[in-house]
Ligand binder design. Structure first.
Ligand SMILES: [Fe+2]
Length: 246
């Protein structure tokens, strides 16, 4: 089974379209969406509708999905994020708003094999930035493999019996074979707002037969997404950061 793993799309229609075009000729069976379909970007309805159209999808909510759909007030958000979330809430169609409100909280177990979570499988709003957070999650859970998002950069943490290892990739198509006896936390990176200094959209494909994760980076018309953010009256830093990838 091949899983297409999409995370942190953040209403970026251009980035999502580029990723979907990149995978058009690749074989995949099921799409997994790790949350934050909306928030920040200028095309929330298009982002939700593109995701809803995917065949065989398992999706969970992210922190921005909660605030944008009114499940939470966003009191923990910074000013720019909250302004974008309230703008998004007004723009969403009733149907797309309801779809976002209905997204389940992670972790969700996929096909009895592995988990997906937004921030961490313990707390959907918490971040895994480095090995200390990863180790904490490994200690408090038993999942052999969990895909997560929220931190907006592609990374693989592996826990073997006596060490934890981090694999950070900056390649355009990085292939990683999961080793037996090692537990993994894998972030496919962000489609709509990468934060590792690389502005290219990031996504992953996981082949559960060969136990291989491929993380790909895809160029997209960043300027177009920026123009739309500014035209919508959303805060300028949201446009600026797309070109910087942070
Ligand atoms: Fe996010």
């Amino acid at each position: 089974m091949r899983y297409l793993i999409l995370s942190d799309i953040h209403s970026n229609r251009e980035a999502l379209a580029a990723v979907m075009s990149h995978v058009r000729r690749k074989h995949w069976d099921k799409a997994l969406v790790l949350g934050d379909v909306v928030g920040y970007g200028a095309n929330p309805n298009q982002a939700v509708e593109s995701v809803r159209k995917l065949k065989a999808i398992v999706a969970i909510r992210g922190n921005h999905d909660k605030v944008c759909s009114g499940i939470e007030t966003g009191e923990m958000f910074n000013r720019v994020a909250l302004q974008a979330a309230l703008w998004t809430r007004k723009k969403l169609t009733p149907s797309n708003l309801r779809w976002l409100q209905g997204l389940p909280e992670g972790p969700v177990i996929v096909d009895g094999q592995f988990a997906i979570a937004h921030g961490t499988p313990i707390d959907e709003d918490a971040y895994i930035f480095g090995e200390i957070e990863a180790l904490n999650v490994f200690r408090q859970t038993a999942f052999p493999l969990c895909f997560f998002g929220h931190s907006h950069f592609p990374v693989i943490f592996g826990l073997s019996p006596d060490a934890i290892q981090t694999v950070l990739t900056n390649g355009s198509a990085f292939r990683f074979r999961l080793e037996p006896g090692v537990r993994y936390l894998v972030n496919p990176g962000s489609i709509g707002q990468p934060r590792d200094g690389n502005p290219l959209a990031s996504y992953a494909i996981f082949d559960s037969d060969t136990r291989t994760v491929t993380i790909s980076r895809v160029p997209y018309p960043v300027e177009r997404a920026q123009e739309k953010i500014l035209d919508a009256g959303l805060p300028r830093p949201l446009a600026d950061r797309l070109a910087l990838g942070r």
